[in-house]
Design a protein around this ligand. Sequence first.
Ligand code: ZN
Ligand code: FE
Length: 255
Amino acid sequence: MSLDIHIVPILSDNYVYLARDSESGKVLCVDPGEAAPVLAKAEDLGWEIDTILITHHHGDHVAGVKTLKAATGATVIGPGGDSQEIPGLDQSVADGDTFAFGSETFRVMGVYGHTAGHVTFFAEGDKALFSGDALFSVGCGRFFEGTAADMWPGLLKLRELPDATRVYCGHEYTATNVAFAASIDGQNAELRRYAEIVAVLRSEGMPTIPANLGLEKKINPFLRADDPAFAEMHGFKGQEGVAFLAHIRAGKDSF
Ligand code: ZN
Ligand code: FE
């Protein structure tokens, strides 16, 4: 059970993912905000796309679906419960669902707040999480359609996943996320070490993705909103969790 995952950069800072199940040879694509670069990459690899996974309805994640579906006949799987319909949706999924993809099993995990029905996809065998705009490296998505109270239970669920989980998120936001995190968590030695790695990768034009969830648990401030010492440091003694998460998000929004 393993996935061979390739990153397809599109637009200004979005990532689409192409993943091939090594046993069945089936290929999926995650959040095609454009079709042409994805089709070109699949052709380079000699891969035929069977399945399209969608995390949420925003255009930079779905605008390529119709063209890609027409070109490949792929099945589109996404959240039936998002606030706007996913184009071309064939199979509606929701939090707690699982589905097979070749030898791999995906678990659907709802993480709400960026959009009302945003889902993430966890490959249980390969331990890869396609997190869309719910969780970024050292960040989380803006609360466009919800609040910290909506987002926090989802982040807690993601935090339960194994440390070895590789996080494949929807955008290359890591450098700015690290700068913000350093501004509120400057004494975090592992964050400082990661900041150096990110700076080198970005200076070479390399993606910082996938992120490692075990490290994210230690350096991503949004995953640490219930850390009592961290909350107290920012005047949120006894208000760790939702209230402190809202404070961190507001800080990032105006960073
Ligand atoms: Zn989005
Ligand atoms: Fe996005």
